[in-house]
Design a protein around this ligand. Structure first.
Ligand SMILES: C[S@@+](CC[C@H](N)C(=O)[O-])C[C@H]1O[C@@H](n2cnc3c(N)ncnc32)[C@H](O)[C@@H]1O
Length: 232
């Protein structure tokens, strides 16, 4: 598991997080809180949230095939529950900032997969890859977990090749009938590692991308599937 040692970037990021954050607002996340939530959740993840959202990860394979993507970056790969969806011939870089989640993903890689997979411990908001490295970037259930989704998309835009795609599956604010629950969870963001009221406009209006698909998913549109193309 040599690739999942903390990189210099991550070590710097971790030490910066120890500085007091005087501008922290209710409902915002910080990286050490997110890492702590997923450190505790890692042993239970697959049997809880992980399995509940299994069906949605099936969207990966048709997109890889229809776009002929070869080099794929999955940010927030977690325990690697998506990895068996990547077809043979795909080279997948799975990145996560929580070593315990990544340890579970490594067990999946060790058991053997169709795609060639490398795992990296790192921060999606400060990617350690050169510009234009990937044909496709996948982020499932991650943009409302990362503290700064705009910074994450800035980095994704940098490492994506011209003509590439981004696939996002996520919950966004404003699902009919559950606004009260979304509001209830706002103050708990740091404790549950999830921002319940992220506006979809944060993603689809990002200046480096043009939205290609925005589709509420079965059954109630609690999750949306979004594909983005880099703006020319
Ligand atoms: C809800 S889990 C989703 C895991 C996986 N995508 C899945 O489908 O099960 C969110 C994951 O994103 C990771 N994460 C959140 N922000 C991140 C960031 N900025 N860089 C890398 N990983 C991040 C967390 O550590 C966690 O493993």
């Amino acid at each position: 598991m040599s690739n999942i040692e903390p990189t210099a970037t991550v070590r710097t990021a971790i030490s910066n997080e120890t500085q007091p954050n005087t501008t922290h607002q209710e409902g915002e996340l910080n990286k050490s809180a997110v890492r702590e939530v997923y450190r505790r959740l890692a042993p239970l993840y697959d049997a809880t949230f992980g399995i509940l959202v299994s069906r949605y990860r099936g969207h990966v394979r048709p997109l890889v095939q229809s776009t002929d993507a070869h080099d794929v970056l999955e940010v927030g790969v977690g325990t690697g529950m998506s990895l068996h969806h990547y077809p043979k011939g795909t080279r997948v870089t799975g990145l996560d900032m929580c070593p315990e989640m990544l340890g579970k993903a490594q067990s999946r890689v060790d058991k053997g997969l169709d795609a060639e997979v490398e795992l990296h411990l790192g921060d999606g908001e400060r990617l350690d890859f050169p510009d234009h490295s990937f044909d496709l970037v996948v982020m499932m259930f991650v943009v409302s977990v990362t503290p700064d989704p705009v910074a994450l998309l800035d980095e994704v835009a940098r490492v994506l090749r011209p003509g590439g795609r981004v696939l996002i599956i996520n919950h966004f604010a404003g699902v009919t009938g559950i606004g009260w629950a979304e509001r209830l969870l706002v103050p708990l963001a740091d404790r549950i590692g999830f921002r319940s009221r992220l506006p979809i406009s944060t993603i689809i209006s990002h200046h480096r991308f043009v939205p290609e698909t925005v589709k509420p998913l079965w059954p109630i549109g609690f999750f949306n599937l979004i594909t983005l193309q880099p703006r020319k």
